[in-house]
Design a protein around this ligand. Structure first.
Ligand code: FES
Ligand SMILES: [Fe+2]
Length: 351
């Protein structure tokens, strides 16, 4: 009912009802995470949630700003307010905030020239706009860079944005699934999966300066590439590049073709068991078929979604001995090991 008078002692920067362990939350708070597509941020403030922290994202002439969704006056959710020019206006008493979060106007003040308390300031976060995605970091000192994605950084290639979707699953569960090729014949039968009889060659996972990388050949069922190469199935080479902790790009190269597709997937850990997915793609046509790519991607995601949401335990087991691994799991094992050994997620070392 009442905050103790000594409220500083009672205050924690951890969000209320945090669904992460405190140590995992603190580690994940050090990374850049995607929170929206840039094109979703127009004339209205947009609410978002990252690591159980409510955020507001808004656009002014100065670009995109992100702050905790909390008016410093009476704790209202400022995302319910509006943007007017370069000011974000709180819906409760109309306090105005500039793109840096500084209060510039208190409409009810009798003397409008009176000094405004510097404590009336939104808690803004760092913002990075890249690949058409808004990235933010809850820490002032990000520990890892935003992904450096081939293809998608080429401004001459048109990007396609898959409408975002939210899964009731851990971000790490989604990432493992996205980096798992052995499920293709079983889960993606209706889209591009190949034969259930296919064997997967053993493959090496390489540690890179951004994360992990592996390459694998695969015989896709069907022919989804616009390169006029005939065939009812296509042999492709997938190159996976994972940037810690939740961003992956797959470079898809069909054999005997000039065609290359770049398909990136990055996810926002909304809470420990809720994940918002942002996917961006392009290809060497320079002008990918947007309608086809979006439809195909939504179908593929749909094939995965129910299965991943139903995985138990909901938390990704980071102790390698907690689950049994098959040869095709080399990436999954490297991912789990890296999360622990490089970043201490999950709390302890595994061998
Ligand atoms: S609560 Fe935002 S202006 Fe009063
Ligand atoms: Fe899948």
């Amino acid at each position: 009912m009442f905050l103790p008078i000594d409220s500083a002692a009672a205050k924690s920067d951890l969000p209320r009802n945090c669904t992460f362990s405190e140590s995992d939350w603190r580690i994940l708070a050090g990374f850049w995470h995607p929170v929206a597509f840039c094109h979703e941020i127009a004339e209205k403030p947009v609410p978002a949630k990252l690591l159980d922290v409510d955020l507001v994202i808004w656009r002014t002439g100065a670009g995109i700003s992100v702050a905790r969704d909390l008016c410093p006056h009476r704790g209202t959710r400022i995302s319910a307010g509006r943007v007017d020019g370069d000011q974000l206006i709180c819906p409760m008493h109309g306090l105005h905030f500039d793109p840096a979060g500084v209060c510039s106007k208190v409409p009810s003040n009798p003397d409008q020239s009176a000094r405004i308390s510097p404590r009336l300031r939104l808690q803004t976060l760092q913002v990075c706009e890249r690949y058409g995605i808004v990235w933010t970091c809850l820490s002032d000192n990000p520990v890892w860079p935003v992904p450096d994605w081939p293809g998608l950084k080429d401004q001459s290639l048109k990007r396609v944005f898959v409408p975002p979707n939210t899964w009731a699953a851990a971000a790490s569960r989604h990432v493992e699934n996205f980096n798992d090729v052995a499920h293709f014949p079983w889960v993606h039968k209706e889209t591009f999966g190949g034969s259930e009889e296919d064997r997967f060659p053993s493959y090496d996972v390489t540690e890179t300066d951004y994360g992990l990388m592996f390459q694998l050949g695969y015989e896709e069922g069907g022919n989804r590439f616009p390169d006029d190469v005939p065939g009812d199935s296509r042999h492709v080479v997938y190159t996976y590049q994972l940037t810690w902790p939740f961003s992956t790009i797959i470079v898809i190269q069909p054999n005997d073709s000039w065609y290359v597709q770049y398909f990136a997937d990055t996810v926002c850990p909304v809470s420990a068991y809720e994940t918002r997915i942002f996917q961006v793609a392009t290809d060497t046509t320079g002008a990918p078929d947007e309608e086809f790519l979006i439809r195909e991607s939504l179908m593929i995601n749909d094939e995965d979604k129910a299965l991943v949401e139903a995985q138990r335990p909901e938390d990704l087991p980071l102790n390698i001995r907690d689950e049994v691994h098959i040869p095709a799991d080399a990436m999954s094992v490297a991912y789990r090991r890296g999360l622990v050994n490089r970043f201490r997620l999950g709390g302890a070392l595994v061998s």
